[in-house]
Write a protein that binds this ligand. Structure first.
Ligand SMILES: *Cc1c(COP(=O)(O)O)cnc(C)c1O
Length: 269
């Protein structure tokens, strides 16, 4: 489509402003970011985009609409991988585009595209998704409660060197996150002492599944460097701190004590 783009750490507002060019049409952010959990200021970036005649799009997959509503904070477009929390059971692939203004040019373009190109869900997937959304609130509240317990436990572990969870009060984005969301979600990243140890943990899991994806009722542990982020250029990986010691945990609805016991035997057994 002839699109060009720059990558920038949008948790750094000045760096983001510096990347804007006269032809910039859109700023696309994700907060907290996958998998390093950087927090970007939705209100401030919306203002920055609009001042420069651009749109702000937010990927809100990690929090779901239950915890964060970017359209109310000034975003123009919100996208969700509905495969994740909205579906919640790891059994369909779906997506959502929510827009602030249906009468805008981009709103009309999207409507035409959806009507004529056919990127629609099948009836069974639509039914499963609608049924899942009925329990979204209680699922994600429970998942977030357990995630806080797991994150607090992880940081006491001698073989864990770093824990990235926006719910921890000393996370650098904690206060900003609290100002724009009503919950911390249930995505936690952490680093173990060595790449060998990280791989060993993945091999020892019993309750938690070693798998890609996130947001479902079952907890999943992912190895970003080999799975979700395997295609990411090396220099970007280095800049973000995503390395071969990093694991990403999606906390499900299981008993938090059972999850901690599984992590304990995998990390320390
Ligand atoms: C999984 C994911 C996507 C891609 O969604 P699919 O439903 O797998 O196509 C986009 N953004 C985020 C944050 C995701 O986690």
């Amino acid at each position: 489509y002839g699109l060009t783009y720059d990558y920038v750490n949008t948790a750094d507002l000045e760096a983001t402003a510096a990347k804007i060019r006269p032809e910039t049409k859109m700023i696309f952010i994700e907060t907290p970011s996958n998998p390093m959990m950087l927090v970007s200021d939705i209100r401030a970036i919306a203002e920055l985009a609009h001042k420069n005649g651009a749109l702000l799009t937010v990927d809100n997959t990690f929090l779901s609409p239950h915890f964060q509503k970017p359209l109310t904070l000034g975003a123009d477009i919100v996208v969700h991988s509905a495969t994740k929390y909205l579906c919640g059971h790891n059994d369909i692939i779906a997506g959502v585009i929510a827009i602030a203004n249906a009468d805008s040019d981009y709103g009309k373009d999207l409507e035409l595209y959806i009507k004529s190109e056919g990127p629609n869900l099948t009836p069974i997937d639509s039914w499963l998704l609608l049924r899942s959304i009925k329990t979204l609130g209680i699922r994600v509240e429970r998942q977030a409660q357990s995630a806080m317990k797991v994150a607090e436990w992880l940081r006491t572990q001698p073989t864990v060197t770093d824990v990235y969870y926006v719910g921890l009060p000393d996370h650098p984005g904690h206060a900003l996150h609290e100002s724009q969301a009503t919950g911390f979600g249930s995505m936690i990243s952490f680093k173990t002492e060595s790449p060998e140890h990280a791989v060993r943990v993945l091999g020892r899991l019993k309750l938690i599944a070693f798998a890609e994806s996130l947001g479902g009722v079952e907890s999943l542990l992912t190895y970003p460097i080999a799975q979700t982020h395997a295609e990411m250029p090396k220099e970007l990986l280095a800049r973000t701190g995503l390395d071969d010691r990093l694991l990403r945990l999606s906390v499900g609805i299981e008993d938090a004590g059972d999850l901690i016991a599984d992590l304990d035997q995998a990390l320390n057994g």
